[in-house]
Design a protein around this ligand. Structure first.
Ligand SMILES: NC(=O)c1ccc[n+]([C@@H]2O[C@H](COP(=O)([O-])OP(=O)(O)OC[C@H]3O[C@@H](n4cnc5c(N)ncnc54)[C@H](O)[C@@H]3O)[C@@H](O)[C@H]2O)c1
Length: 414
């Protein structure tokens, strides 16, 4: 049988790309990782991953000795057939559409560099119609493109990729099906083949549902906050006992819980992009209310903090990354609270986060803000719970309720 590809090449080595590259290398494929960020490449060459993600460090060390190599240029061999996974960022532009310039640049560069057959799987998140649009830019007939959205969660990237519930591939040319079955054949996940527009939409559907569940929960929390005596935590706990929605384990339940709104790199930009996109079809009002509730809950919780503290209060934020189990502080809601207090001249802020410690120190120590790995107890301090890290929950168990502002509705009221 004709060999369809010789090596895998992953472009963009962030959360998605590095996980993708190491996972395929772990399955004994020869993998080349490419990133334009020379600092990142150097750091990976020295076995240092500049973000926290369980398992990746160990895998990087061992696989570099075997079948994983990294470079910042496209050092490809002319006689080889490559299978590319493009995992470059697709940030939001001011006009609320994705910036796909790096995606296009990458595809054009691949076209310039390869002479043999090549397959391009786009993993970056994009809107319906984008894969076709990019396909139209490719002139070489031996390059075949498809869409292969990624569903991993930061903090669980290795497990989510290697034991994925589904692999979605949006394709037009039959050969893509064969390539997919070979490359993903060593994983046990169910593969769903659809057309490119559908696979692009599946990714949007998935992220918009998560954002919606969060805004749904927060809308109820805002309503419940108006009635004295409603125990919001108990109410949401009761929902999670309903077996119709929650198998074992069913991690979706963590999205049906109020807090202070969704942040991070993906959910805010994806709901903004699908909302703008759907304006053209008169279908944006639902998405707009999800976004509005996300703004409203943040403002409600900020007011809660402002009303129970003073500018000279000692305030310790527990958890500053955008969610637990990650050091990613991009578009973090807890940091939005911190910055809002700094703008209001709050003097005594303390930031506590074990994983994001180094990143926070770089930004906040020069602003004279104390950054800690673990919380210390002080009877004058108010503790603001921003994530459900076990260390924080254990710490808060020992301190008086009046010192806690539980923005995640997590602490039992006794
Ligand atoms: N982070 C997540 O949880 C997650 C989950 C699923 C999907 N996604 C999507 O996957 C994509 C990547 O996300 P991420 O979180 O890994 O991003 P990231 O910002 O962590 O990494 C992207 C990497 O791409 C590199 N890059 C950008 N342009 C390049 C180019 N022209 N050539 C080579 N390298 C280039 C950057 O230097 C960076 O290291 C995005 O579209 C995102 O929406 C992210």
């Amino acid at each position: 049988m004709k060999k369809l590809f010789d090596e895998i090449c992953v472009v963009g080595l962030g959360f998605v790309g590095l996980t993708t590259a190491l996972s395929f290398a772990d399955k004994n494929y020869k993998v080349i990782g490419i990133d334009k960020d020379e600092k990142l490449v150097k750091s990976l060459e020295n076995n240092k991953i500049p973000f926290f993600e369980p398992f990746l460090n160990k895998k990087l060390k061992s696989l570099k000795k075997k079948n994983f190599s990294i470079n910042s240029q496209y050092k490809l061999q002319k006689n080889k057939k490559y299978l590319f996974f493009i995992c470059v960022g697709t940030p939001l532009k001011k006009n609320l559409t994705y910036d796909i310039s790096n995606l296009i640049k990458t595809v054009k560069l691949i076209e310039k560099k390869v002479s043999n057959d090549a397959y391009i799987f786009i993993k970056s998140t994009i809107l319906p119609g984008t894969t076709k649009k990019i396909e139209n830019l490719i002139k070489k007939k031996n390059i075949i493109i498809c869409n292969n959205p990624e569903f991993l969660r930061e903090g669980h990237a290795w497990k989510d990729f290697n034991y994925a519930d589904k692999i979605v591939v949006g394709y037009e040319k039959k050969i893509v099906k064969e390539v997919t079955q070979i490359v993903y054949g060593k994983f046990k996940s169910k593969i769903l083949f659809v057309n490119p527009e559908t696979s692009e939409l599946i990714k949007q559907l998935s992220n918009a549902l998560l954002s919606t569940l969060i805004s749904f929960s927060n809308n109820f929390a805002m309503l419940a906050e108006k009635f004295k005596g409603v125990d919001i935590k108990s109410a949401f706990d009761s929902i999670k006992l309903d077996g119709r929605f929650f198998g074992k384990p069913a991690q979706i339940s963590s999205y049906i819980h109020p807090g202070f709104g969704f942040g991070g790199y993906c959910l805010p930009k994806d709901i903004a992009a699908i909302s703008k996109f759907s304006e053209k079809y008169n279908q944006s009002s639902f998405f707009k209310s999800v976004i509005k509730i996300n703004r409203d809950i943040f403002n409600m919780q900020l007011n809660k903090v402002l009303n129970s503290t003073k500018k000279n209060s000692f305030i310790c934020f527990l958890g500053l990354s955008f969610k637990e189990d990650t050091d990613d502080i991009r578009f973090s809601q807890p940091l939005k609270f911190v910055n809002a207090l700094i703008r209001r001249n709050y003097k005594n802020l303390i930031l506590c986060d074990k994983l994001a410690f180094e990143k926070l120190k770089k930004i906040y120590e020069k602003k004279n803000i104390q950054v800690l790995k673990k919380p210390n107890y002080n009877s004058r301090t108010k503790y603001i719970l921003c994530n459900k890290d076990r260390v924080f929950l254990r710490f808060l168990k020992k301190i008086p309720h009046k010192q806690i502002i539980d923005l995640k509705y997590t602490i039992d009221k006794k």
